[in-house]
Design a protein around this ligand. Structure first.
Ligand code: LRH
Ligand code: MN
Ligand code: MN
Length: 386
C-alpha cells in the first residue's frame, strides 16, 4: 500500500502557468515585484526552478499572445535545456478592443473571423512544438437583457468550436473551460460544465471539459462535477486555484483544502491520477502580493498533500461501509485519511527523488531570488487579473 502511494506521488504531474510568474493584480492595482520575468523565456526559467525543487512540475503552459515569440521551437528547446517542456497552449481572445461584444460569439462576422483565426493559430503553435492540449476560455457574454440573442450566440460558438476542432491533429485535444460570470455580468456563453459538456459531446472525442475550481457559484459541489465528467470520459483538465468569493485565483488549497481533498478523492477513486487517464492538472493562479516562485512551489505542495490524503483513503473499508449503509463509518474512513499529516510522507518521497524535503526552504536558500532581482529590470505584467 505505502509503496503504491509513494509511486503514485512520484509519478504525479502538475503543470505551471507562465502567467503566474508575471506581475498581476486586480482592476484596482497591479503591484510590481522585483525580478519578475521580462520575456516568455524568463517565465520558463522561473517555472524550471519550481520543477527543480518539487520534481513534479515539468511543463509550463503558455498563453498566446501574452507569450508570443517569433520561434516557438526555440522556446521549446530552451525549456528542454532547463529540464522542462512547454505545456498547454491557452488561447486569448479576450483582451483586444475588437472583443468588447464578444469574440467567437460577436454579432460582427469580421470579429468572429479574427477570433477563430487566433484559435487556429493556437492549434498550429501546439502542433509545431508537439503539445497535445489547446485550452479555450471565452469571456463572451452580454451585460443586459436583450443585448443579443442568447441562442444565436450558441450557434456562433458551436461553429467556431467546430472549425477549431477540425484543425486538431490526431493526438491533439480541444479543452473547453467554463466560467459562471465575469467579465460578462448578465449572460456568459459558456457559463457552466453542462454547456461545456454539451458542446464537447457534439464535437467528438478530442473535445473535453476544463474545470477551473474558481469558476462556480459559491457552494457548488465541484467534486460531483468531477465524478460525473470522469464517468463520461469528458474531464480533460483542471485549472487549480482557490477562492473565497469569486474567481480569486489564490493559491490552490489555501481557501479550502478539504474541497481539494474531495476533488482528489474522486480522481483517485476513478483511477484518473495516472497520465494515461488523460486528465491534466494545471495551476491557474496569480500572486498579487506574495512572491511568485515560492507561491507556485507552495501550490504544487498543496496539490501533493491533497493527493497523498486521497491516496491514503482505505478504499476497501470505504466500500464496505458504503455497501452496509454505514453512513457514519463511511464518513469516518474519509475523514481519517483527510486528517492524516502527510507532510512526513511527502518529505520522504522527495528524499527518494533526490530532492530537498523542504522545497520552499531549499528555493529560498538557493539564491535565485537575489539573482533575478539583480539581473532583471522592468518585469512584465502577466496580463489582466489572470
Ligand atoms: C479566466 C481564466 C482562463 C484564462 C485565465 C487567464 O478567468 O481562468 O483560464 O485563460 O483565467
Ligand atoms: Mn482558468
Ligand atoms: Mn479564471
Amino acid at each position: 500500500m505505502t509503496e503504491a502511494v509513494r509511486a503514485a506521488l512520484r509519478a504525479q504531474r502538475i503543470e505551471l502557468p507562465s502567467w503566474a510568474f508575471g506581475n498581476s493584480g486586480t482592476r484596482f492595482k497591479v503591484f510590481g515585484q522585483r525580478g519578475v520575468p521580462r520575456t516568455p523565456f524568463e517565465k520558463v526559467e522561473d517555472a524550471a526552478r519550481v520543477h527543480a525543487f518539487t520534481g513534479v512540475a515539468p511543463t509550463v503552459a503558455l498563453h498566446i499572445p501574452w507569450d508570443r515569440v517569433d520561434d516557438y521551437s526555440r522556446l521549446a528547446g530552451f525549456a528542454k535545456e532547463l529540464g522542462v517542456g512547454l505545456g498547454t497552449i491557452n488561447a486569448n481572445v479576450f483582451q483586444d478592443d475588437d472583443y468588447m461584444l464578444g469574440s467567437v460569439t460577436n454579432p460582427d462576422p469580421v470579429v468572429r473571423r479574427k477570433a477563430i483565426d487566433h484559435l487556429l493559430e493556437c492549434v498550429d503553435i501546439a502542433g509545431q512544438v508537439g503539445v497535445r492540449d489547446v485550452k479555450l476560455w471565452f469571456s463572451d457574454g452580454t451585460n443586459y437583457p436583450g443585448q443579443d440573442s442568447i441562442r444565436a450566440r450558441q450557434d456562433r460558438l458551436a461553429e467556431a468550436l467546430q472549425e477549431t476542432y477540425d484543425r486538431l491533429g490526431d493526438d491533439q485535444r480541444l479543452l473547453l473551460e467554463y466560467k459562471l460570470f465575469e467579465p460578462a455580468f448578465y449572460t456568459t456563453d459558456v457559463p457552466d460544465w453542462g454547456t461545456a459538456y454539451a458542446h464537447c459531446l457534439r464535437l467528438g472525442p478530442k473535445a473535453q471539459v476544463v474545470i477551473d475550481t474558481g469558476h462556480h457559484a459559491p457552494g457548488t459541489n465541484i467534486e460531483f462535477i468531477v465524478a460525473f465528467l470522469l464517468r463520461e470520459g469528458k474531464l480533460g483538465a483542471f485549472d487549480f486555484n482557490s477562492r473565497f468569493y469569486a474567481d480569486d485565483d489564490l493559491m490552490v488549497g489555501a481557501a479550502d483544502p478539504f474541497q481539494l481533498f474531495r476533488i482528489m478523492h474522486e480522481i483517485v477513486s476513478a483511477d484518473a491520477l495516472k497520465a494515461e487517464a488523460g486528465v491534466a492538472f494545471m495551476l491557474d493562479q496569480c500572486h498579487n502580493i506574495e512572491p511568485k516562485i515560492p507561491a507556485q512551489i507552495r501550490s504544487v505542495m498543496n496539490v501533493q498533500e491533497a493527493t497523498a490524503k486521497a491516496l491514503l483513503v482505505d478504499r476497501d473499508a470505504l466500500t464496505g461501509a458504503q455497501q452496509a449503509g454505514d453512513v457514519l463509518g463511511a464518513n469516518a474512513v474519509l475523514m481519517d485519511a483527510y486528517n492524516t499529516d502527510v507532510r512526513p510522507l511527502l518529505a520522504d518521497v522527495r528524499r527518494e527523488m533526490g530532492l530537498d524535503p523542504d522545497p520552499v526552504g531549499a528555493y529560498q536558500r538557493s539564491g535565485y531570488t537575489e539573482k533575478i532581482v539583480a539581473g532583471r529590470v522592468g518585469g512584465q505584467q502577466a496580463g489582466w487579473g489572470a
